[in-house]
Every structure is written in C-alpha cells, then in structure tokens.
Write a protein that binds this ligand. Structure first.
Ligand code: HEC
Ligand code: HEC
Length: 261
C-alpha cells in the first residue's frame, strides 16, 4: 500500500516535472509531428458546421463555451487541458474508455479533428457555473478531507497530490475536477471503481476509486462540484504540489502548438 502511495507521488512528480515543452515533444514524438491544431476548424466541429457523426455536434451537450450540463452530467470542458481532451477522445474511439454517447462520436473523428476541437474547447476561458449544490456541510467536510489529506489508513491518497490545489488540474496528465459536476464526478469514480474505465496504463484512478466507499465517492463528488477554480488564491496555487506550480483556470494550450512566438 505504502509502496503504491509513494509510487503514485513519484509518478505525479515525474510527469508533472516535465516542462510543457518536453511533454509536447514527447507527444509529438509519438504522433510523428502532427500539424498544429486549427481552432477555427475545431469551432466548426463544435457547432456542427460539418458533421463528425450523427448527433455529434459537441455544442448540443457541451455548449459552445464548454459549460456542459450539470444535471445531465455532460462534463464541463472549459477548464480542461488540451492534451487531456485529445487523449480522452482517442480513448473513447478505441473503447478503452467506454461510453455509449461519446464512443460513436469520437470513432467518427480523425485524430486531426480531435486535436482541432480540443484546441477550440481549451481556448474557451469562461463559462457560467450553475449554483453550487446544496449539500450537508458534513458531507462537504468529508470531501474536503479526502481532497487534502486522503484517507491514509485506507490507502487513499489526497486528491490534490495529483489534481492540484482545489482540483484545478495539472496539465497535461491530471484533469481539473474542481468545479466539475457532481453527477459526472460520481459516475466516473463509479466507472473506475467497477473497472469499466481503467484510465492510463498504471490504472491509478481505478486503484484509488476501488478503495473508496460509495459515501466517500459521494462526498468527493459534492465537494469538488462545490469549488470554483477562479476562487483559488495565488498563494494556494503556488503551494508546492508535486513540485510544480499548476496552471490556473483554463489549461492553456502550449504556445508552440498555437504557433505563438
Ligand atoms: C449527446 C451528448 C454529447 C455530445 C453531442 C458530445 N458529448 Fe462529449 N461527453 C458527453 C458525455 C455524457 C460524456 C461523459 C462520457 C463518459 O465518460 O461516460 C462526454 C465526455 C467528453 C469528454 C471527456 C471529458 C473529461 O473530462 O474527461 C470530452 C473531451 C468530450 N466529451 C468531447 C466532446 C466533443 C469534442 C464532442 C463533439 C465532437 C462531444 N464531446 C459531443 C456527451 C456528449
Ligand atoms: C496519483 C495521482 C492521482 C490521485 C491521488 C488522484 N487522481 Fe484522480 N486522476 C488521476 C489521473 C491520472 C486521471 C486521468 C484518468 C486516467 O487516464 O486514468 C484522473 C482522473 C480522475 C477523474 C476523471 C476526470 C475526468 O474528467 O475524466 C476524477 C473524477 C478523479 N480523478 C477524481 C479523483 C479523486 C476524487 C481523488 C481523491 C480521492 C483523486 N482523483 C486522486 C490521478 C490521480
């Protein structure tokens, strides 16, 4: 248990310590230098100007600004990292990440289209939030404890170790979860727990969620859904988590991808 705990931290640290440039090199090395994503084409895909698949226009569920839908559990994409979205779309297409809704949509897209539309959503900076869920303060407190301390006796490590302070995410590997919707967080943790979504090759989340009770999952889902990343103070953001300063708010697209000098 302890070994795994340490391994998790080491992975977090080593992945997080890659500079964006190095990570990008690694990504490009694998994908044989794909072209820079075209945000305008990404917008055309999001709006459904040309159809990637029947019923596939992203805005119908994720909205043009990426706000998604808290009730339906369509995840918020506005604060999500570019690389993470590209990888998620590939995982939906291959079936590594099963989803009846997203699989046919992602399967109909080329990798270039995945990159374009992910670049579009990663470039959205603001989208309105619904009011935070009205939750029993004790449940929120349990969620806050899990987030910052984990449950060491049960082998569950603190969510912030990997997801950053207040769950703002640590691009490219660790998705934002602070301000994501409870319906979606709960569903994803259950999918990890049940082994339906394995995740990256080490299966870190499947392992962690497998240790969580349904009550802990509920507490984590409600707690993270109640956070608003824009409320993360610079002091919190600068707190060393896995020795990096996480990126605040919308995960930026690396300049070299956008062609910015
Ligand atoms: C009919 C509704 C619907 C449409 C249309 C749709 N999505 Fe989704 N999307 C979902 C749902 C539901 C999920 C969660 C799936 C799951 O993991 O079970 C999701 C998940 C995602 C994720 C993963 C987010 C994360 O945080 O892991 C990405 C990225 C995404 N969608 C992008 C897109 C793009 C790009 C399009 C358009 C090409 C699109 N979606 C169209 C409903 C939709
Ligand atoms: C050791 C690192 C690590 C820790 C600790 C960790 N996570 Fe994760 N988490 C990940 C990684 C990596 C992913 C990306 C999914 C994948 O590919 O496996 C992820 C994905 C998720 C997702 C899916 C988000 C999305 O949009 O698809 C949720 C929800 C989540 N984690 C919740 C939690 C909660 C709650 C905790 C604390 C109890 C936690 N995580 C602790 C590494 C971690």
């Amino acid at each position: 248990m302890l070994k795994f705990f340490k391994a998790g931290i080491a992975i977090a640290a080593s992945l997080a310590c890659l500079s964006t440039g190095q990570a990008q090199e690694a990504v490009e090395g694998q994908a044989q230098e794909p072209a820079k994503p075209d945000i305008e084409n990404g917008q055309a895909i999001a709006v459904g100007t040309y159809n990637v698949s029947p019923g596939g226009a992203c805005f119908r569920c994720h909205v043009m600004d990426g706000a998604g839908d808290s009730v339906a559990g369509f995840p918020r994409l506005t604060d999500q990292a570019y690389e993470y979205m590209v990888e998620s779309l590939k995982a939906f297409a291959s079936g590594d990440r099963p989803s009846e809704i997203m699989q046919p949509i992602a399967s109909a897209m080329s990798e270039e289209e995945m990159r374009d539309v992910s670049a579009y959503y990663a470039s959205r900076e603001e989208a309105p939030y619904p009011p935070p869920p009205d939750v029993d303060p004790e449940v929120l407190q349990e969620g806050a404890l899990l987030s910052t301390m984990g449950a060491p006796d049960e082998g569950i490590q603190a969510c912030v170790n990997c997801h950053g302070p207040e769950g703002i995410g640590m691009p490219p590997t660790y998705p934002f979860i602070g301000g994501q919707y409870a319906t979606y967080i709960r569903q994803q943790l259950q999918l990890f727990k049940q082994g339906e979504r394995r995740g990256e090759e080490l299966g870190v989340m499947a392992y962690i969620a497998g240790l969580m009770t349904d009550e802990q999952i509920e507490a984590a889902a409600q707690y993270f859904a109640s956070l608003r990343p824009e409320n993360v103070t610079p002091e919190q953001a600068e707190r060393p988590v896995a020795e990096v300063t996480p990126q605040l708010g919308t995960a930026p697209i690396p300049d070299d991808i956008l062609g910015v000098e």
